[in-house]
Design a protein around this ligand. Structure first.
Ligand SMILES: [Zn+2]
Length: 413
């Protein structure tokens, strides 16, 4: 699916590389493809009623003559929760492998259930909507709390680009939004490395480099479902997922811009401000990446200061509840330790800032460019487009730095 150079770099950087196949149409080869990676076995094909219609029914029909196959179709709109994991495990009882046909939720559910059962899984993506297909973690909610849990990579990823390009445009635009976190996330991650000597790895970005500019020039094509643009987007999303696996965490794709979005979600959930039509992950990230790029640009051209290092326990407990506040305090304390170990004070920041800023300016993308990409795809650019509450968003931006141990531009002023 990738160029020779990219494939070689993936093989060098990963212990095991999943089988990767992409094509304009895989419809006639499905059983052959799956038989090459799975021995004759009992398999569970998992989709939801939307993705069943898009591709799952077809995959099931193609596999049922060759494998002992069970078809598990979840309700449309099912979330990636521990209850949904239990439902899949129960209905797939006795199977030896899982075949996911879907996007974020179905992929995360199969990734997590198969990992827990120590069984292989493979995935037929139905939308280029997010970068988690090949990451080794799964995002599963338990009792309303979204957690990133250890899981494993799929044994194979089979991309039928005609299916992926036919997904609703909102999903592909969301994938584009998630890709726009690369510049702000890399800028945060490298800044933390330069100031605090935290880990940093260039490989995830080397993987993205040959395709990223091409994708950002194809934003209109992504929105209109143009197959070449969608193929480019899907490749970039997969490479972003591999980058996270290589980095041992979501560092290259998730920093300040994701922290703002996650904090907003937690605040809204705590206040039970349920949004009947919540925005998609990548729609949020497109908007918060743009906001973060503005913040980074402003701080890069100023003489930054460290934000206060005290943790406002009472204020956080009032906004998020005492359980979240206790968890957040642990994460924030860890970050404070890094800052203290690095002996980072005002003098150290100011004396090195010009040199650091010149390095960061080479990797970021201007807010104007990010905004033009989002606008070309008719994707949300402002919090109003997400139907987010302005006051709550202000609270989320001010508190995001307390909820995670990552040192980002949110820790500077
Ligand atoms: Zn993301």
């Amino acid at each position: 699916m990738f160029t020779k150079d990219t494939h070689a770099l993936l093989q060098k950087s990963l212990e095991a590389l999943p089988t990767l196949v992409g094509g304009g149409s895989l419809r006639f080869d499905i059983d052959e493809l799956v038989a090459e990676v799975l021995p004759p076995s009992r398999i569970a094909i998992v989709d939801d009623s939307n993705t069943a219609e898009a591709f799952g029914d077809h995959v099931f029909k193609a596999l049922k003559s060759r494998f002992s196959a069970t078809h598990i179709t979840l309700k449309a709109g099912t979330s990636a929760t521990s209850e949904a994991c239990d439902e899949i495990a129960q209905r797939a009882h006795g199977c030896d492998a899982y075949v996911a046909v879907g996007s974020g939720t179905i992929s995360d559910l199969c990734k997590y259930v198969s990992h827990k059962e120590n069984k292989p899984y493979l995935v037929f993506p139905t939308a280029a909507s997010m970068n988690g297909y090949v990451s080794a973690n799964a995002s599963i909610s338990e009792d309303g709390y979204k957690q990133t849990l250890p899981a494993h990579m799929p044994k194979a990823v089979f991309c039928d680009f005609s299916v992926i390009a036919a997904a609703p445009a909102r999903l592909s635009k969301s994938g584009l939004g998630d890709c726009l976190a690369r510049p702000t996330a890399q800028t945060d991650w490298l800044m933390s490395h330069l100031l605090l000597d935290t880990s940093y790895n260039e490989t995830p970005f080397t993987l993205l480099e040959p395709l990223e500019a091409q994708l950002f020039d194809s934003a209109r094509g992504v929105a209109s479902g143009d197959m070449a643009s969608i193929e480019c987007l899907m490749q970039l999303l997969l490479l972003s997922g591999f980058g996270m696996t290589i980095a041992g965490g979501s560092y290259p794709a998730s920093q300040g811009e994701h922290m703002i979005a996650h904090t907003y979600e937690m605040l809204a959930q705590h206040r039970t401000m349920g949004n009947p039509l919540p925005p998609l992950h990548g729609e949020e990230i497109g908007v918060t990446s743009l906001a973060m790029a503005h913040l980074q640009q402003r701080i890069l051209t100023s003489k930054p200061r460290l934000q206060e290092l005290s943790f406002p326990m009472e204020g956080i407990a009032a906004e998020f509840g005492s359980h979240t506040a206790t968890q957040a305090k642990k994460a924030y304390w860890k970050k404070r330790e890094h800052i203290e170990e690095a002996r980072l004070d005002q003098g150290a920041i100011v004396s090195r800032w010009d040199e650091i800023a010149s390095k960061l300016e080479k990797i970021l993308l201007s807010p104007a460019k990010i905004e033009s990409i989002l606008k070309a795809a008719s994707a949300p650019t402002q919090i109003e487009h997400l139907k987010w509450d302005t006051t709550l968003y202000g609270t989320a931006t001010a508190h995001a730095r307390f909820l995670r141990d990552r040192f980002t531009f949110l820790d500077l002023i």
